[in-house]
Design a protein around this ligand. Structure first.
Ligand SMILES: Cc1cc2nc3c(=O)[nH]c(=O)nc-3n(C[C@H](O)[C@H](O)[C@H](O)COP(=O)(O)OP(=O)(O)OC[C@H]3O[C@@H](n4cnc5c(N)ncnc54)[C@H](O)[C@@H]3O)c2cc1C
Length: 600
C-alpha cells in the first residue's frame, strides 16, 4: 500500500510544479480533464452558482456536517448527547448526509463531509447535480446506504449525490424490460428507488407479498450499492448473487443522460452495473430485480465448541471440513463459521428450503461426534438447529433476533440483526478476504485445507462465509451469476474467507473515541499473516470488491479477474473523463488517490 501511494505521490509531484496553472486550465478545456476544483480554488463555484443548483433541485441542496460537529463546541449539549445515543443505530447513521456506517480504517481513510450534497428526489435532481459537477470540474461522490468499507461514498471538497430519499418500492407480476419484447418472457419483479435498503425490499416482497428477492444480509445496506458490488445475502447459495437478478436499471451517466439499461438497451453498461463496483458508472436511480417463489422454510444452525488442545482443534477443523463437504455444501446452507485463535469453532449458519427435521439431520453427525468426546471438546454455546416459516424471517414484529429502529416516526418494518450490532460504526484495523476454491473440499485436499485454516487461526480469527462463494449452488443460480461482471472465480469458490478486526466507533470528533494506533497496527499485521497462510493454498484467489483489503495491490484481478479489460472498455465509453471515481474502482488507476488529479 505504501509503495502504491508513494508512486502516486511522485506522479503528482513531478507534474504539478512543471505545468503552470494556465496549462492545467487549457488541458481541462480539451478532452482530458486534468484536475478537479476544490473550495480553495478561484474557479470554485460562486454562491450564486450554488443558488442556481439549489433552485434546480427544488431546494434540496444542503451543506453536510460531520456526525459529531455538535460535540466540538458543546460536548455536554443535547445535540451532542443525541448523536452519541444514536450512533449504534445503523438507520440513524444512514439518515445523516455525512453518515458513514464505518467510522474509518487505520492508515486508509477517515470520514469527511462533502462541501455540498444534493438530496435527490428523482432522476432530474441527479441530472442537475451530475451536469453541475461535470461542467464545474468538481469531485462527485454518490451515497446510498453508506456501507462502503472502503470509504468510497464520502470525500472532502466534493459534491455528493445522496439517494436516501429515493426509496419507493413497487412489485410487478410480470415485468418486461424496455425494448426486450419478443426477446425474453416477462417475470415477477420488484422495482426500488436507489435509496431503498434491503429491509425495505424484504418487507414488501417477503413479509407482505410472500415472495423472495435476492439481496444482502445486512438489512440497512443500500440496494444500488450492493447490486453494483455483485452482492451476497444469507441465501445466495440457493439463488446466486443479487446482481445476477438485475433486470433493468435507470442510470444517469456522466453526460447527464437518463438511461434505462437492460440486456437489450446499453447491454454493456447494464453488465458493468452487475458487480462492476459502486460509483464507477453513473448514478443509479432505480433498479428492477427478479423475484422468486418463497421457500416454505428458512432456518439456522448455531453453537460454539472449544477444543482443549491444539491437536484436538486440528481434528475439529478437519472433521468440520469433511462434514461441510458431505452434508452442507449444497444450495441450502449459507452464512458463517468462525475459527478463533483460542481454539474455538463458532457455527452461525442459515438454511433455506429445509424443514426442522432436515435441518437437524444435516448437522446430527457432526454434533454427535463433538458430544461424544468431552475429553477433547467443550460445548460452550449450545449446538442446535431451527427451521420455521420463511415469511416471518424479516418480520421484526415477530423475529426476536432483530432489533427495531425505535426512533419516533421510523418505518415499523425497519430493524437490524442483533448479530450485526457490533459492526455498526466500527473502526477497522484491517480487512482481507479471498475466495476458497471448491477443489479444496475434495477428499484428497481436505487435510491441506484444514491445516491452512488452523495455521491462519493462529494469527487471527478466520471467518468462512459460505454464502459468498457460489460453487455448490443450483445450475440456474450459477448460470445467472456467470452473466455478471464479478470475478468468475466466485463460481468455483465454496466460501469467501474473511479476516478482519476493528473496534467500537471512533468517528472524528466523537467524545472519548480513541484508537490505540500501535496495537491496531499489530492487529493489522496479524490479519495480513492469517491471509497469507490461506493464500498459500490459493495464491491467485480473487476477493469480493466490497469486503476486501483497501491495500490490495492486485485489486483489478482480484475483484474482476478476466472481466477487467471489458469493464475498462465500458468505462471508456460511458465515462471517458472519469467523473465517477472511487478508491480501487474501474479506471481509478488514472487518478490520484483522492480522485482530484489525473495521474496519467
Ligand atoms: C456493516 C456492513 C454489512 C455488510 N453486509 C453485506 C452483506 O451482507 N452482503 C454483501 O454482499 N455486502 C455487505 N456489505 C458490503 C456492502 O454491500 C457494500 O459496501 C455496498 O456497496 C454498500 O452499499 P451502500 O449503498 O450501503 O453503501 P454506500 O457507501 O452508499 O455505497 C457503496 C458504493 O456504491 C456506490 N453507490 C451507492 N449508491 C449508488 C447509486 N445509486 N449509483 C451509483 N453508485 C452508488 C457508492 O458511490 C460507493 O462507491 C456490508 C457492509 C457493511 C459496512
Amino acid at each position: 500500500m505504501r509503495r502504491r501511494e508513494i508512486l502516486k505521490g511522485l506522479v503528482t509531484a513531478s507534474l504539478a510544479p512543471v505545468l503552470p496553472l494556465s496549462a492545467w486550465a487549457v488541458r481541462a478545456q480539451g478532452n482530458t480533464l486534468a484536475r478537479r476544483i476544490r473550495p480553495s480554488d478561484p474557479a470554485w463555484p460562486k454562491p450564486a452558482d450554488w443558488a442556481k443548483l439549489k433552485e434546480a433541485v427544488g431546494g434540496n441542496l444542503i451543506e453536510p456536517h460531520a456526525l459529531f460537529t455538535a460535540c466540538e463546541t458543546a460536548p455536554e449539549g443535547t445535540a451532542c448527547v443525541d448523536v452519541e445515543k444514536s450512533i449504534r443505530n445503523p438507520f440513524y447513521i444512514g439518515d445523516q448526509p455525512a453518515g458513514t456506517e464505518v467510522s474509518g480504517w487505520l492508515d486508509a481513510w477517515t470520514p469527511a463531509p462533502s462541501a455540498y450534497a444534493v438530496k435527490a428526489r428523482h432522476a432530474a435532481d441527479v441530472t442537475a447535480a451530475v451536469n453541475f459537477a461535470r461542467q464545474r470540474r468538481l469531485r462527485l461522490v454518490v451515497k446510498g446506504g453508506g456501507h462502503s468499507y472502503q470509504g468510497t461514498s464520502n470525500a472532502a471538497d466534493s459534491l455528493l449525490v445522496w439517494t436516501r430519499a429515493m426509496n419507493q418500492v413497487t412489485l410487478h407480476d410480470a415485468f418486461m424490460p424496455q425494448g426486450c419484447d419478443g426477446k425474453t418472457a416477462p417475470v415477477p419483479a420488484v422495482t426500488a428507488g436507489a435509496g431503498a435498503m434491503w429491509i425495505d425490499l424484504y418487507h414488501a416482497v417477503t413479509t407482505v407479498a410472500g415472495r423472495y428477492v435476492q439481496g444482502g444480509g445486512c438489512t440497512s445496506v443500500g440496494t444500488a450499492g450492493l447490486v453494483q458490488s455483485g452482492g451476497f445475502g444469507s441465501f445466495s447459495k440457493g439463488f446466486g448473487t443479487a446482481a445476477a437478478h438485475l433486470l433493468e436499471a435507470e442510470v444517469v451517466t456522466a453526460d447527464g443522460k437518463v438511461r434505462t439499461v437492460n440486456a437489450c438497451k446499453d447491454p454493456e453498461l447494464f453488465w458493468a452495473l452487475k458487480g462492476g463496483g459502486g460509483g464507477s458508472w453513473g448514478v443509479v436511480t432505480r433498479q428492477t430485480l427478479r423475484t422468486f417463489d418463497l421457500p416454505t422454510y428458512f432456518g439456522s444452525a448455531w453453537g460454539t465448541i472449544k477444543a482443549h488442545s491444539d491437536t484436538a482443534y486440528r481434528e475439529l477443523i478437519a472433521r468440520f471440513v469433511d462434514h461441510y463437504a458431505r452434508h452442507l455444501f449444497n444450495p441450502h446452507w449459507g452464512e458463517q463459521v468462525h475459527l478463533h485463535p483460542a481454539n474455538t469453532l463458532e457455527v452461525s449458519m442459515v438454511c433455506q428450503g429445509l424443514n426442522a427435521a432436515a435441518a437437524r439431520a444435516a448437522w446430527q453427525p457432526f454434533f454427535a461426534w463433538v458430544r461424544a468426546r468431552p475429553q477433547d471438546f467443550e460445548v460452550i454455546d449450545d449446538l442446535n438447529t431451527y427451521a420455521g416459516s420463511a415469511r416471518g424471517w424479516w418480520d421484526i414484529r415477530h423475529n426476536p433476533s432483530m432489533v427495531p429502529d425505535s426512533r419516533p416516526g421510523a418505518p415499523t418494518w425497519h430493524g437490524w440483526w442483533k448479530g450485526d450490532s457490533a459492526q455498526v460504526g466500527a473502526f477497522l484495523y484491517g480487512y482481507d478476504s479471498l475466495w476458497l476454491p471448491a477443489a479444496l473440499l475434495h477428499a484428497g485436499r481436505q487435510a491441506e485445507l484444514a491445516q491452512a485454516l488452523f495455521a491462519a487461526s493462529r494469527h487471527e480469527q478466520v471467518q468462512l462465509h459460505f454464502n459468498k462463494g457460489i460453487a455448490g449452488s443450483t445450475v440456474e443460480a450459477i448460470a445467472a451469476t456467470r452473466q455478471t461482471a464479478t470475478n468468475p472465480g466466485v463460481l468455483d469458490a465454496f466460501a469467501l474467507a474473511i479476516i478482519a478486526n476493528g473496534q467500537r466507533p471512533a468517528y472524528p470528533g466523537m467524545p472519548g473515541a480513541a484508537v490505540d494506533q500501535a496495537a491496531a497496527r499489530e492487529d493489522a499485521e496479524r490479519i495480513a499473516a492469517a491471509a497469507q497462510a490461506l493464500r498459500k493454498l490459493a495464491p491467485d484467489a480473487g476477493s469480493y470488491v466490497s469486503e476486501s483489503n483497501y491495500f490490495n495491490p492486485r485489486w483489478q484481478a482480484a475483484y474482476w479477474g478476466g472481466n477487467y479489460r471489458r469493464l475498462r472498455a465500458v468505462k471508456a465509453k460511458y465515462d471517458p473523463d472519469g467523473l465517477f471515481f472511487g478508491h480501487n474502482g474501474v479506471g481509478s488507476e488514472a487518478w490520484s488517490a483522492d480522485g482530484f488529479t489525473r495521474a496519467r
